[in-house]
Design a protein around this ligand. Structure first.
Ligand code: AGP
Length: 613
């Protein structure tokens, strides 16, 4: 999705804004531009493609400019060309925009009838001309903004600079993410806090329906009716260092290797391993009325959805209530049977995924209790929830989600146990089950560390498969969503077509795909479905399928039927095992993509946070 960043202060800002755009690259984009205001004149440069094409043009901007804004565009309306790139300028007004104006066509027709000539195919330019017309009518920009937003339907985060209003940048928020950065003698805005971290970790979060005016020394916030709103800066516990590659070739590889530490830090915050208890204010369950919960609906997209699939197994085992897992993009359109007895769990690394956020609002309107599992504090989904479990996995920059997935699975494990215990629904063996679970959690970080450091054998296997055109991933029980997640990792960064299937489903059709050219990644830990999974794998072997096994180091029987074998640590817990089994698949996808020379951290067509529906 698009990235926005802006600065007003006393420093030369062209390069500062460009560097901020670099930190937003992971969001995905296909053109970029920067506009600055200096001595009453707006200058701007834009370029198609990556920032490397924009950088040479920075010299065209006045070196003394101390206020401006930049944009990376992920094309929605209009091709990814310089002509459609932001910022968009008309007269002495320039804007940048992230989001979609859903009624832009009708507004555009009205503006054309009034004599406006459009230079681009974007919905953003409609906002620019509507604002310009309202400014002509109202005379001042603040009042004009309040008028313009009345016309707009859709999602937008907008930055506005007016040449005749120097020293001020206006920021408008409705449905798209934008955060303000409070500095000393300088202020910022950006699509997320990551872009602001080198300058400040003091963030001001606008809510939907609010706009702000930034000067070098002040941040004023109003709602769309013009009523002042108090928004005090929040101190973020992320550092700029935590958002850098720290010597790794790619963010994705760094984030794969951060997983042991993430597991440790989550356990130290969410549970008490000495007393085998849960920290309710951190898990968020203290904010729920569990007495009225009779069913659970889990909504998410992509990797988060697969984590939710695993979470469902946990909830149904420990809480003994029906749990549905739904694609957020489908959920609210099927008129789901949810009500005040439903606990909706929204899972989102970014906390900004538009489809998931829309489900949260849909469920809240129907009286559901909403809990979110999220990695970014103060993002939109947690802010719209009744309760939140923050994963605190640190910034995840690689578009392909890795540490967030394992953090989500651990979050579900802890949540399910905590809710099951609190609701008294774990049955007569509750104490013994809790003891076993806490033992498994104590061992988890070191086992994850072993899994992450088995990269050598995986890199060798990647050499054997990276030129494949198609691959299958199969698993049973909690290993089935792991298989689908492994297939997604491979697809989205190496562009190899891959599908994840339930091991027992293969013979109902997909096994027709199997021949001696088809690598089949088969996940078979020593869990309750091991024997059946080995049978499914032998069905594949009987058709010359090329088995890449992921299983117990000591499992010679499984190893003997595999063309390649990846030993994976075992944690003796069917659910938590998913965290260990996915790591070889993350590494397999990573090495295959790197060997294919794709853009591992910013795969084609993808964005880190999908803030449009
Ligand atoms: C994961 O590798 C993908 N990049 C994508 O499927 C992602 O999981 C999905 O867009 C959901 O994002 P969220 O967790 O930020 O809501």
């Amino acid at each position: 999705m698009c990235g926005v960043i802006g600065y007003v202060g006393s420093k030369p800002c062209a390069r500062l804004i460009f560097d901020g755009l670099k930190r937003l690259e992971y969001r995905g984009y296909d053109s970029a531009g920067i506009a600055v205001l200096d001595h009453g004149k707006i200058d701007l440069v834009k370029a198609e493609g990556k920032l490397v094409h924009l950088e040479p043009r920075l010299v065209e901007l006045p070196g003394g400019a101390t206020m401006g804004m930049g944009h990376t565009r992920w094309a929605t309306h209009g091709a990814p060309t310089a002509r459609n790139a932001h910022p968009h300028l008309h007269g002495d007004l320039v804007i940048i925009h992230n989001g979609i104006i859903e009624n832009y066509r009708e507004l555009k027709e009205q503006l054309i009838k009034s004599g406006v000539e459009f230079k681009s195919d974007t919905d953003t330019e409609v906002v620019l001309h509507q604002l310009h017309a309202d400014l002509d009518r109202k005379g001042d920009l603040k009042t004009a903004i309040m008028e313009t937003v009345k016309h707009l339907r859709g999602a937008y985060a907008i930055g506005i600079i007016h040449a005749r209003d120097p020293g001020k940048i206006y920021v408008v928020k409705q449905g798209s993410p934008v955060v303000l950065g409070a500095g000393n003698g300088e202020n910022f805005f950006g699509s997320d806090a990551l872009a602001l971290l080198p300058h400040t970790n003091r963030a001001v979060f606008l809510m939907d329906g609010e706009f702000a005016c930034l000067t070098a020394d002040s941040i004023d916030v109003w709602d769309f009716s013009g009523k002042p709103v108090r928004r005090d800066p929040q101190v973020l516990n992320w550092s700029a260092a935590s958002a850098d590659k720290q010597g790794f070739k790619h963010y994705m590889l760094k984030e794969i290797h951060e997983q042991p530490a993430v597991m440790s830090s989550m356990l130290s915050r969410l549970v008490d391993l000495k007393s085998n208890s849960f920290v309710d204010k951190e898990t968020g369950i203290d904010a729920l009325d569990l007495g009225r919960v009779k069913n659970v609906a889990i909504v998410a997209c992509g990797t988060a959805h697969y984590a939710g699939q695993i979470g469902r197994y946990m909830i149904e085992e420990f809480v003994r209530l029906p749990a549905n897992v739904e694609l957020a993009s489908e959920f609210r359109y099927r008129n789901p049977c949810i009500d005040s007895s439903t606990l909706l769990i929204a899972v989102s690394q970014s906390g900004e995924t538009a489809d998931t956020l829309a489900c949260v609002k849909h469920a809240s309107e129907r009286g559901c209790q909403v809990m979110s599992v999220c990695n970014v504090r103060f993002s939109s989904i947690p802010r719209a929830s009744d309760a939140v479990l923050y994963m605190e996995a640190g910034p995840e920059v690689g578009v392909a989600s890795t540490k967030a997935f394992t953090a989500m699975v651990l979050s579900f494990y802890i949540l399910s146990l905590a809710i099951g215990e609190k609701m008294g629904r774990m049955g007569p063996q509750a104490h013994a089950r809790l003891e076993k679970s806490f033992d498994a959690m104590r061992r988890l970080p070191s086992l994850v560390d072993r899994a992450v450091n088995a990269a050598g054998v995986i890199e060798e296997i990647s050499h054997k498969i990276y030129e494949s055109q198609n691959m299958l991933f199969i698993g049973r029980g909690a290993s089935f969503p792991v298989a689908t997640e492994g297939a997604l990792k491979l697809k989205e960064i190496s562009y190899i077509h891959a599908e994840g299937y339930a091991g027992g489903e293969l013979k109902h059709g997909p096994i027709a795909l199997v021949d001696r050219h088809m690598p089949v990644v088969s996940i078979a830990p020593r869990d309750s479905q091991y024997e059946k999974m080995i049978s499914n794998i032998e069905e594949v072997c009987a058709r010359q399928g090329r088995i890449i096994g992921v299983g117990d180091l000591e499992d010679d029987r499984f190893r003997s039927i595999c063309e390649h074998y990846i030993p994976c640590p075992q944690v003796d817990d069917d659910h938590l095992q998913a965290i260990l089994s996915v790591i070889p698949l993350q590494l397999l996808a990573y090495y295959a993509a790197d060997m294919r020379g794709t853009d591992v951290d910013q795969p084609r067509n993808l964005a880190k946070s999908v803030t449009v529906e």
